[in-house]
Design a protein around this ligand. Sequence first.
Ligand SMILES: [Zn+2]
Length: 47
Amino acid sequence: MGYYCLRCKRYVEINVSGYQGVRCPYCGYRALRKGRPEVVVKTVKAE
Ligand SMILES: [Zn+2]
């Protein structure tokens, strides 16, 4: 499982031994979140 940047929402695959020091390689933002980017995929059944 990787991380995604909270700023540019890019998926970042890094091996993290410690959460501190994790940084987005694209924009340099330091807030990465575990998991996948929150894509708005809401399946709404309108039936
Ligand atoms: Zn970023």
